[in-house]
Structure formats: C-alpha cells, structure tokens
Ligand binder design. Structure first.
Ligand SMILES: Cc1ncc(COP(=O)(O)O)c(C=O)c1O
Length: 398
C-alpha cells in the first residue's frame, strides 16, 4: 500500500473543528495493573472509568477457563456459526446463558455494538415485511448502537423523553389509530450508560402489553450487577428481547440476545451480524462460561458496590454538585461545559484518580460530565481516595 495524503485536508479540518469545540478525542494507552488500577505515563491511577463492575476481568476462574479452552481448541473459530464455527462450547455457553436469563433460548454475538446494530435492524426489517413500516418508540438517550440499528433498517424513530414512561404511553396512544398492521416496537435500556438511572421494567412490560408492543431492552450495564443474582432488571418480567454484554460486569468480551426459541432461531438465519461474522473464539467463550457460572454467587460484591455508590453520590452532593438521576454503579458528576469537564478530570488525575470526561456528541450539548463507574474491585482505600479527590477538585473548580 502506498501512503496517500491527498484527502488529509478534509480530515484535518474536521479534527481542527473538534479541537476548537473541546470534543477531539485521542487514544491514550494504559496498562491494566489489576481489575481496578492502571498505569498511564508511568503513573499508577485508580481506574474509575472501567465497566468491569465486578472486577471479573482479572478473576482467576475466568483466566483459567479462557486459558484452558484456548489451549485445547486454539485461538480462532475459523468460520462463521452457520458454517463450521459452532462448537459444543458455543452451545454450552448459550444454554448456560438462557438459564441465567431465565429465557427459553439465547445466542452470543461478537460485541454489544454489533448486536444492537444488526439484531435491531433485522427485527425492524422483518416487522416492515408484515405489511406496514413499524412504529419504533425509542428513549432519547439510547446508546449509539441502538440508533445504528434503527438507521440500518431505515426507520424513523419516535423518541420519548428520557426514561419517561408516561410520555411513551402517550405517544403509543397517539399512534394507536395508525395502521393496525404496523408492529409497535419499544427500544430502551434497563440501566442508562451515561446517567446510571434505571427503567421501571415492570411498568414498561405492562405498558407494552396494553399497547400490544414488542419490547427490546439493552441490559449492558445491568447484567451481572442488578436484578436477582445479577440476572438483570428484566429477570421475571415480560420482555420480548433482552440484549446484554459480556464486556462489562462479566469481565470479558462479546454480547448476547435472550428470548424465545423462535426468536433466536430466526435471528440465526436473518441477523447479518450473526450470520456474516466469525464465531467467537475459544478463549472468549471460556471467559463467558466461567463468568456465567460465577455471577449468581456474587451477591456480597453487588451489595458492596451498591453501598459504595450511595456513599460516592453523597460525597458529590456534599460538594454541591449533581449526580443526575443515578441510582446505580454508574455515577455522573454533572459539569456542563466540555472544557470544565476536561479540567475537572485533569484535577482528579493529579490525585491519582482516573475518571474520564464525557463530552458531546456522546452526551447532549452542555451535558459534559465525569462518568464514574464503580467496581466491586475498588478497595475501601480507593473509594476514600476518590471521595477526597472529588472534594479537592471541586474546591479548585468553584
Ligand atoms: C447501553 C450499551 N449498549 C451496548 C454497548 C456496546 O457494547 P460493547 O462494548 O460490547 O460493544 C454499550 C457500551 O459500550 C452500552 O453502553
């Protein structure tokens, strides 16, 4: 390949614009020194920006099974699931997953982004084939991958105010007279990634039943952490399709969809992000399998995580700052302007705390924040350090 720079002025202009608006990102490598610490630029920092909520990424059981399956079966699956990529291990993990989620069936996919972008797209295309374009109701703060799924299917989203099921209800009502053949689909998250608030799943299920709507819920940030034995907030509720990831509290990589047998069998035929991609490799499967075995036993870790989250929220409020609507291990410190969020993050870092500033377009304009993600792997000393760092950073911020 010959190096070409002919089009660089286009890229550079876009980058300069991002820099001017404090939204340009750069890749800064870290070395993971444990489940809760990283080394960056030679300095050890406590990591409060990782979604490894249970610290499982460094758990001996996950490492051991990942290593064992890799040694036995090699580094790659070699083909897609429908060709020769499906092994007994895939079936074992999917059966374990279905049991964990309390569903008839489950399937694993390469990543959460890929799952939402392709599963949702396939579903909405099928809905359109039923005779009329589907009516798709989406939370305004849904993850980018859910938007991608809607865009790929070419549907116009009917957006409801963030986590406002009353508004969703009224929108469903307003469209009740539309073409009866049009499938109603509600797409939301059980825990929102940037605000750390939860959807009332019982209410959502009841509302969907009343309107005859299909429910698609992303449990990326609830899986392993919330619900009975960490099974997610949809456990025990009538939700048609639950999606989640292995990349966060389950400490590995990949994603899943859980639901009925017919749904999963159909997706295995119709979802391009499942059909046209190489099957997850043995090491990834090993970590998934061990995490699914371990997760239900971790009630103590989940209780500790919840206690620490309450404590950190009270520290934030004590500093006169807002933690938004957070009720989970994801806690925003609401700042507003991107430049201020960046300097707050820099001040936290001087006290040994790594907590990334999140800026538009990831969050709405003027919604810049520090996104804290707590982990059960944080020691009491680390939580104290965070509390102290927030207090000192606020004084200099004021
Ligand atoms: C709500 C939500 N869904 C999906 C994803 C994508 O998952 P993955 O990182 O496994 O691609 C993320 C985060 O990355 C997320 O926050």
């Amino acid at each position: 390949m010959r190096f070409m720079a002919r089009f660089d002025p286009i890229f550079q202009t876009a980058l300069d614009h991002m820099a001017d608006t404090h939204t340009r990102r750069v890749l800064r490598p870290v070395r993971h020194a444990g489940a809760a610490t990283v080394i960056r630029d030679g300095r050890e920092l406590v990591n409060f920006s990782s979604n490894d909520y249970l610290g499982l990424s460094h758990h001996p059981a996950l490492r051991a099974r990942a290593a064992q399956w890799l040694q036995q079966d090699g580094t790659g699956a070699g083909a897609s699931r429908l060709v020769t990529g499906t092994t007994a291990r895939h079936m074992q993990v999917e059966a374990r997953l279905a049991a964990f989620k309390g569903c008839e069936a489950a399937m694993i996919l390469a990543s959460g982004w890929q799952a939402n972008a392709s599963v949702l797209a396939a579903l909405l295309r099928l809905a359109a084939e039923q005779g009329a374009p589907p009516l798709v109701f989406t939370d305004r703060l849904n993850h980018a991958s859910l938007h991608q799924g809607c865009m790929a299917a070419g549907v116009r989203q009917i957006r409801f105010r963030h986590n406002d099921l009353g508004h969703l209800d009224s929108l469903l009502e307003r469209h009740a007279g539309n073409d009866a053949r049009a499938m109603r689909v509600i797409v939301t998250e059980s825990v929102f990634s940037m605000d750390g608030d939860r959807t009332d799943i019982a209410q959502l299920g009841a509302l969907a039943r009343r309107h005859g709507a299909f429910t698609y819920v992303d449990e990326a940030h609830a899986t392993g952490v919330l619900g009975p034995q960490g099974r997610g907030l949809c456990a025990g509720h009538d939700i048609d399709l639950v999606m989640g990831t292995f990349s966060k509290a389950l400490g590995g990589f990949g994603a899943y969809v859980a639901g009925s047998r017919a749904l999963c069998d159909w997706l295995a035929n119709a979802c391009s992000g499942f059909v046209f991609t190489t099957a997850p490799p043995p090491a990834v499967l090993g970590a998934m399998d061990a995490a699914l075995e371990l997760a239900p036993t971790l009630d103590e870790a989940r209780a500790r995580l919840a206690r620490n989250a309450d404590h950190i929220r009270s520290v934030i409020h004590g500093c006169g700052l807002s933690s938004g609507p957070s009720t989970t291990q994801v806690i925003p410190i609401m700042i507003g302007e991107a430049a201020h969020a960046l300097s707050f993050a820099t001040r936290l870092e001087t006290h040994g705390v790594l907590a990334t500033a999140i800026r538009p377009p990831t969050v709405p304009p003027n919604g810049s924040r520090i996104r804290l993600a707590l982990s059960a792997a944080h020691t009491d000393g680390m939580i104290d350090r965070l509390a102290h760092a927030i207090t000192l950073a606020t004084r200099r911020h004021a």
